[in-house]
Design a protein around this ligand. Sequence first.
Ligand code: AMP
Ligand code: GLY
Length: 418
Amino acid sequence: MEAGKKVLVIGSGGREHAIVKSLAKSPKVEKIYCAPGNAGIALDAECVNLKVDDVEGIVNFAQRHNIDLTVIGPEAALVAGLADAMNAVGCKVFGPTKDAASIESSKEFAKQLMVKYNIPTAKYESFNDYDKAYKYVQTLKAPYVIKYDGLAAGKGVVIAQDLEEADAALKDMLLHHKFGTGKVIIEEFLQGPEFSFMCMVSGDKVYPLELAQDHKRAYDGDQGPNTGGMGAYSPVPFVSPEMREKALNEIMIPTAKALVKEGVPFTGVLYGGLILTDEGPKVIEFNARFGDPETEVVLPRLESDIFDFFNAVIDGKDFIPQWSHDAVIGVVLASKGYPGQYAKGAEIKGLDKVNGEVFHMGTFSKEGKFHVAGGRVLMVTAHGEDLPDANANVRKDIEWIECPDLFHRTDIGKAVLK
Ligand code: AMP
Ligand code: GLY
């Protein structure tokens, strides 16, 4: 067995903490760096003070330290061309090129690809012009789905319940340029439960991971503003094995093949944000990276060596991952006020009493104590024989954590816990 491998993980959230912890289980991995990492990640890896889009700095670091594998977490690093730059100097990297990452960074690119290759998704039209967009909306039935085509920090999607709301969103995006000067996409509204299907992809080879479900709204009962994700669980019992196969064969594999045909082969995680409609699974969005917080509930179920898995994918070799039958539920502890304004600095106590795994999303440490540093602060996860068992365990763990400035949802996984 080859041991003594050095790995560099790019990013600073719960997702990267989960990737680091998974890599730490590999007997082949001797040293893990994380750029820039966070206070929790620093317990499991050596944090390196480099920004995720500092392409030159990261490439230099990887070369200087003879890094055997770099794993890219966030989209910002992909869009900055980090994978391209690493490939150009022959450094092994897990993550798509900037062009392949367009499947996430340009909604129009993703939509055109899906139409061209018959991949099931909502019907859509795209607009630059406010008048034309408003005329089109008037021909549709409510609710209206209006999306800004470009980076909008997760706030670029409006589900308008009536024409007035739709009009306000179109004005914001096309007349007032709230997010920039990009186009707007208006979509058919799809109905059904959503789930996340992450697949590792190497060209036209697809290695599916276990399913997860995210909870995007801030408050219980799926109320309140959209967030980066307030909790997740895996597996997802409402998606039958047949529906998963259908999603794999009709969505994920055809999309990987389509990217090859378009001359932008994809290496990394292709994340399908899917919705289970009466007509079967359809695509809401694609991401070009591991989901956060889905990764924190999926990777802990992986029993195979993730270092081997990453390398097999990059090399396009066969690899059949083994998964635990355990269920995992994770609950995000966020700063009161998130996703709006929130206070930083409060001390977090009781972390040492938690039985399950805690992934740090936004903390800093001072004199050996952890403090609030971000909107999403911690993800507390627990295993169980099944989802109700995992839920009971995670609820007990959350009770241990003391911090007056944090809140969390109490209904993660509720739809499947009955
Ligand atoms: P997106 O940023 O495209 O993932 O959209 C954010 C959220 O808006 C999704 O998770 C869905 O809950 C909702 N959404 C987006 N597009 C649609 C659609 N066509 N029909 C229904 N809901 C949608
Ligand atoms: N959890 C959704 C995302 O990672 O974009």
